[in-house]
Ligand binder design. Structure first.
Ligand SMILES: *Cc1c(COP(=O)(O)O)cnc(C)c1O
Length: 415
C-alpha cells in the first residue's frame, strides 16, 4: 500500500508554489474539477472583462471600440501573449476561428507549398488522432480531387516508416486527447524534414499543459485550442502559428477581408496582407475573444516549467493512488508511465467506464468519458490541488468497492 494519506496530500498543497494561483479561478466548493483538459475553469477576471466588453465597449462606445478598445488588433495582441507559452516569436500567432478551421487553413497552405513536388500526395497522421483533425484533412483532400490521400498509422514505428518521399505533410496532435501520449515533436519533425515533408502540430492538449518550443522543434505550422488548458471560455477562438520564414508562402483558400492587405480600401481582388494576419478570415467574435486574455494573464504569473513540474507530480500521485487503493478492480492505465511521453492527464479503462464516470460526476468529481471504455482525468496545475487527487481517488474507490453506479446510465450527447 502506498504510504500517502490525506494529510500528506494537504502538506503537498502547503508546499506547492503554484497553490496561490487557484484563488484566481472561480470554482464551486463542492466540486473536484478534473476536466480542465476539455473546458478550462473560469478566471475570476473574465467576469469583469465580460462586463467591460459588453457594457462599456459595446453598450456605450459602440462602433468606436474597433479602434478605441483595440478590437481590430485583438487576434494579434492575444497571439503575442500566447506566443511565449509555445516557443513562438512575436507576430507569429493569431487567436482566431476554431481549431478545425485553422487546421483547414494550415493543411491547405502546406499542400500548396508542396505542390511543385508532383509525387508528394500523402498526409500522414494517426488513426487515434482527434477525429476533427482527420475529418478536416479528409474533407479538404476529397474536395481538391487531385489524388491526395491520408495514411493513418497505428504505432510510432509505423509512423516512422510511413514518412517518405511521397509525404507532403505530417499532421499530428502533440498530446493525444484520449491516452495523454506525448510525442517527441523535435525528433518527428526532424524525420519529416529529412524526407522533405512539412510538419503540422495540433497543440490542443499541450498549450498551457506541457512546455512547447515550436522553434526549437523546427515545426512548420501549429494550431490549438484556447478553451482547454488556457482557460479561454467555452468555444473561445483557437490559435494558429506560422513562423516568420513560412509566412510569405502561407496561402490558404479562406481569403476573407480580414486577411487582406488593406481591408478598408474595399477593393475587389484579394491581396494577402504580409505577416501572420493573413491567417485571419473574417470578423471575430469579440466578446468570446476578449475572454482569452483573462486566461493568459494567469499564465503570465508563472512558467511552463513550474506548471510541468506540478503536472507530473499530480499525475504521478493520481496513478499511484488509483493503482494501490483500487487494485482489486479491473482498471487499466492507458497513459504512458514515462514522464517524457505523458501529457497532463491520466486515463484508465474500466469495463463500466461510462457508468462509473457518471457516478463520479454525481459526487462532484468531474472527469469525462471517451470511447472506448476510457475514464479521462485532466490535471491543471493552476488550480488542481494535491488533496483533490486524494479525494478523487477515494471517491473512485468507494464507488467501485460498493458498485455504486448504474449500468443503465443514459448517454448524454456530450460525454
Ligand atoms: C479539442 C480538440 C479539437 C477541437 O476542435 P474545435 O474545432 O475547437 O472543435 C481539435 N483537435 C484536437 C486534437 C483537440 O483535442
Amino acid at each position: 500500500m502506498l504510504n500517502i494519506d490525506r494529510h500528506t496530500a494537504l502538506q503537498m498543497d502547503r508546499e506547492d508554489p503554484l497553490a496561490p494561483l487557484r484563488q484566481q479561478f472561480s470554482l464551486p466548493d463542492a466540486v473536484i474539477y478534473l476536466d480542465g483538459n476539455s473546458l478550462g475553469a473560469m478566471p475570476k477576471t473574465a467576469m469583469l472583462r465580460a462586463q467591460q466588453v459588453i457594457n462599456q465597449e459595446w453598450g456605450t462606445d459602440l462602433i468606436k471600440s474597433w479602434n478605441k478598445a483595440g478590437w481590430f488588433d485583438l487576434p494579434s495582441r492575444l497571439g503575442n501573449l500566447l506566443a511565449p507559452l509555445i516557443g513562438a516569436k512575436a507576430d507569429e500567432v493569431v487567436v482566431t476561428d476554431s481549431t478545425s478551421i485553422n487546421l483547414f487553413k494550415a493543411i491547405a497552405a502546406a499542400l500548396q507549398m508542396q505542390a511543385q513536388h508532383a509525387q508528394r500526395k500523402v498526409i500522414v497522421t494517426e488513426r487515434s488522432n482527434f477525429p476533427t483533425d482527420i475529418y478536416m484533412a479528409e474533407g479538404l483532400t476529397r474536395w481538391l480531387d487531385k489524388g491526395y490521400r491520408l495514411h493513418l498509422v497505428d504505432t510510432p514505428e509505423e509512423l516512422n516508416r510511413a514518412i517518405n518521399n511521397e509525404t507532403a505533410l505530417v499532421m499530428l496532435t502533440h498530446v493525444n486527447y484520449r491516452t495523454g501520449y506525448l510525442h517527441d515533436m523535435t525528433a518527428i519533425t526532424a524525420h519529416a524534414h529529412s524526407q522533405g515533408a512539412l510538419a503540422l502540430w495540433d497543440l490542443a492538449h499541450s498549450a498551457g499543459a506541457v512546455p512547447v518550443d515550436l522553434h526549437h522543434a523546427k515545426a512548420d505550422f501549429a494550431v490549438g485550442c484556447t478553451y482547454k488548458y488556457l482557460n479561454g471560455g467555452p468555444g473561445a477562438p483557437a490559435f494558429i502559428w506560422v513562423p516568420q520564414h513560412h509566412q510569405a508562402a502561407f496561402n490558404h483558400p479562406l481569403t476573407g477581408w480580414w486577411g487582406h492587405a488593406n481591408p478598408f480600401a474595399m477593393q475587389p481582388g484579394f491581396a494577402a496582407t504580409a505577416g501572420i494576419r493573413r491567417a485571419l478570415c473574417g470578423t471575430q467574435p469579440i466578446v468570446s475573444l476578449a475572454m482569452v486574455e483573462s486566461g493568459l494573464q494567469v499564465f503570465a504569473q508563472t512558467t511552463m516549467n513550474a506548471i510541468r513540474k506540478k503536472s507530473l507530480a499530480l499525475t504521478d500521485l493520481f496513478i499511484a493512488l488509483v493503482e494501490s487503493r483500487c487494485q482489486q478492480h479491473p482498471l487499466q492505465l492507458v497513459t504512458p508511465r514515462q514522464h517524457a511521453q505523458r501529457g497532463s492527464q491520466a486515463s484508465f479503462t474500466h469495463p463500466h467506464a461510462y457508468s462509473v464516470m457518471q457516478a463520479l460526476i454525481e459526487r462532484g468529481i468531474i472527469g469525462d468519458y471517451r470511447e472506448p471504455a476510457i475514464m479521462r482525468f485532466g490535471f491543471t496545475p493552476l488550480y488542481t490541488q494535491f488533496v483533490d487527487v486524494w479525494d478523487a481517488v477515494e471517491g473512485l474507490r468507494e464507488i467501485l468497492d460498493h458498485q455504486a453506479y448504474s449500468l443503465n446510465a443514459e448517454r448524454n450527447a456530450v460525454t
